[in-house]
Design a protein around this ligand. Structure first.
Ligand code: HEC
Length: 170
């Protein structure tokens, strides 16, 4: 007679759910941070690149936002993007300014940012203001490694769940 306990992992939890769960959690870990390609690049290119992008014919500002190197360049003591530091990032002050002279984008451009877009930009600055390559050139795994910041709790969950998936995977 076979033992009723066929596997040490045979809890009441249906095992066919484990694989989707593990895959789901890995995917969540990958996208937990603000995603430059999905969330930030579209805002910058729609609302800022017109004047601060590669083809900007903007004589009034040397400030370019289309690469990390340019966004973090010091222009006479003003730095647009200081990774991880909102206070020292001019972008942060300009997008939240109430002064029509300072606020970005300028009111006459009729490209106002929504509250959600401002929040996302702030979050992106706080998380290091990284410019990722286009997603199709960047596998999830390498982005994960490059950020090198897996939350310990998620890692712990994965460690607990992965052995549970083994009986189905093998
Ligand atoms: C219609 C053109 C236009 C758009 C669109 C625009 N800007 Fe600007 N921006 C300017 C001009 C002109 C200046 C220089 C004058 C000034 O400092 O206000 C400037 C200056 C800035 C500065 C200060 C740079 C420095 O070195 O002093 C920052 C930061 C900035 N913009 C961020 C943004 C961001 C972020 C967006 C998009 C959310 C944006 N801008 C959209 C025209 C624009």
């Amino acid at each position: 007679m076979t033992s009723p306990i066929s596997s040490p992992f045979n809890l009441n939890f249906p095992q066919y759910l484990l694989t989707p769960l593990v895959v789901g959690i890995s995917a969540l870990s990958c996208f937990a941070k603000v995603d430059f390609n999905q969330e930030i690049r579209p805002i910058l290119s729609d609302k800022c690149y017109k004047c601060h992008g590669p083809d900007a014919k903007n004589q009034k500002s040397d400030f370019r936002l289309d690469s990390y190197e340019q966004a973090t360049t010091n222009h006479d003591g003003v730095i647009g993007l200081t990774p991880g530091n909102l206070e020292d990032s001019e972008i942060h002050w300009r997008i939240h300014s109430d002064d029509p002279i300072d606020v970005m984008p300028p009111p006459e451009s009729k490209l106002p940012l929504t509250a959600k877009e401002k929040k996302l930009i702030d979050q992106w600055i706080k998380e290091g203001g990284k410019y990722e390559k286009h997603w199709s050139f960047q596998p999830c795994q390498s982005r994960w490694n490059s950020q090198n910041q897996i939350m310990p709790t998620r890692r712990m969950k994965l460690t607990i769940l992965l052995p549970g998936a083994f009986p189905i995977l093998h």
